[in-house]
Every structure is written in structure tokens, then in C-alpha cells.
Design a binder for this molecule. Structure first.
Ligand SMILES: C[S@@+](CC[C@H](N)C(=O)[O-])C[C@H]1O[C@@H](n2cnc3c(N)ncnc32)[C@H](O)[C@@H]1O
Length: 248
């Protein structure tokens, strides 16, 4: 993963690999937003090692993306993406869909064990991705959204409102800028899960408004945002503790 170009920190990469390996649910690993393949390599190497099936990766590879204008770069990330997978020896372990997530959603009927959302970072885009694919999460599956602690409008709002605010999710947290939660439709509303989700939501919710300003966040407003962000726990995840937390 460290050899691949992309947008994941070491801490986030480790968390993603942990979630791919240890999420206690059947189904596929779905990645929305591959770019040049950094997270794809992490997910696919875990999937290959533990025989979890091919990772499903969807991205139109139209960077710079009209839906994610901050990306910049050349006309398409597709050749770099293919090159990254080939260099890692993982081409056969990824089911590549060169299209928008909403196109893949048409006719989708597979259960999902890990839903990794790192595509369109606008609010309508991130909300659409969760709305389209969360209904396919297997019980015990995990949803993880990237960039909840960066000033993009979509991921933080969707994480706070639709994930942390829902009793269909149980354990939840942040690791780096990844916001994650386990889909627990039966016991997500129990007191222990709800209280912990609400405590996290209270802190994270303070980031929702400033994040709507995206890159326009400057000066004092930016400083205030950073201070609020520091109050959201988002350090390294201890693998054993995480595995214990997501056991059914
Ligand atoms: C932040 S990058 C992904 C980074 C990647 N996960 C990594 O580890 O480096 C966002 C990607 O999402 C893609 N994207 C934007 N809108 C999308 C959509 N609706 N469906 C699928 N992919 C989308 C963009 O083309 C871009 O490559």
C-alpha cells in the first residue's frame, strides 16, 4: 500500500486492512472510489490472503472529477490504477467497474461485509452512496467513510446524521479521517451502543457546518475547526480491542 499513490495515512491503511480481515460478516468488500489504487491494494491483499473473494472496486476514473474537484491530476487515473494492481500482483483479486457507483447500484444484489466509501465527497454524493449500498450490508458488516475529519461537505454530515444517528448501527468510531460503524440491525439501539454513538456524534457534529465551506475554510474559522476536530477521538485502533468490540 505504501508504494501506491493515493490518499491514505499509515494509520488509516492499517485500520482498513483490519476491517477487511476481521469484520465478522459474510459478503463482498466493496470500494467506492479507487483513484490510483492505494486502498484497493490494501483491501485486495487482505482478501487474497484470507480467501475473501475479489474486492469489488468502482470508480469512473475521470479525475479531475467533477464531483470531487479538489482531486486535480491528469485526465484519468485508470492506467495508474491498473498499473498499481499489476505491480502488487493483485489484478486477479479485484473486480473492476469503471463507472459511477450509482450505475453499479442498479441491479446490485450481493451482501456486503465491508462498505468502503471514498468516492464523491459532496453531500449528495456521499449520501447517495450510503443510501444505495447500506441496505445491502450484511448483519455484522462494517461501513467506513473516508475524509470525515477533512473539510469535505459530504462524509462528515452523512457519518453524523445517517450512521451515528441510526440505531441500526452498533459500535462506531474514527481512525484518522475514517469514520466507521458496524451494522447491527438487531441490537444497535441497545443502551451501550446508542450512548457511545451519541457521545461521538456530539463532538463530530460540530464539524458538520464548517465542513460545508470546504476549502474556503480560512483563518480563525479554520483554527476553530481544527480545535473541534482534535476533540473527536481518532487515534490508532488496537486490533484486539476492535475485534472484541465488533463480535456479535
Ligand atoms: C479520494 S479519491 C479515492 C482515493 C482512493 N481510495 C485511495 O486510496 O487513494 C476519490 C475517487 O472517487 C472517484 N469518484 C468520484 N465520484 C464517484 C462516484 N460517484 N462513484 C465512484 N467513484 C467516484 C473519483 O474518480 C476518485 O478517483
Amino acid at each position: 500500500m505504501s508504494a501506491a499513490p493515493g490518499f491514505l495515512t499509515e494509520r488509516e491503511a492499517r485500520f482498513l486492512a483490519l476491517a477487511a480481515a476481521c469484520t465478522p460478516a459474510p459478503g463482498v468488500i466493496l470500494e467506492i472510489g479507487s483513484f490510483k489504487g492505494k486502498s484497493t491494494v490494501g483491501l485486495a491483499s487482505v482478501a487474497a490472503r484470507y480467501r475473501l473473494g475479489r474486492v469489488v472496486a468502482v470508480d469512473p476514473h475521470t479525475a479531475p472529477s467533477s464531483t470531487d474537484p479538489g482531486l486535480g491530476g491528469q485526465a484519468s487515473s485508470f492506467e495508474d490504477f491498473r498499473h498499481t494492481l499489476a505491480r502488487a500482483g493483485l489484478t486477479d483479486h479485484v473486480e473492476v467497474h469503471r463507472k459511477f457507483s450509482r450505475e453499479l447500484a442498479t441491479g446490485w444484489n450481493r451482501p456486503i461485509r465491508l462498505l468502503w466509501i471514498d468516492g464523491d465527497h459532496t453531500y449528495p454524493g456521499a449520501k447517495q452512496d450510503l443510501d444505495l449500498f447500506a441496505p445491502h450490508l450484511a448483519a455484522g458488516g462494517v461501513v467506513a467513510l473516508h475524509d470525515v475529519l477533512h473539510s469535505f461537505a459530504g462524509p462528515i454530515r452523512v457519518f453524523v446524521e445517517d450512521v451515528l444517528g441510526s440505531d441500526r448501527y452498533g459500535p462506531a468510531g474514527c481512525c484518522g479521517s475514517i469514520g466507521w460503524a458496524q451494522y447491527r440491525p438487531v441490537d444497535g439501539g441497545s443502551v451501550r451502543f446508542r450512548a457511545a454513538r451519541r457521545a461521538l456524534a456530539r463532538r463530530a457534529a460540530r464539524l458538520v457546518r464548517p465542513s460545508q465551506r470546504g476549502r474556503d475554510l480560512q483563518g480563525l474559522a479554520k483554527l476553530r475547526y481544527k480545535l473541534q476536530r482534535a476533540l473527536v477521538p481518532h487515534g490508532d485502533v488496537d486490533p484486539s480491542a476492535w475485534v472484541a468490540a465488533v463480535q456479535p
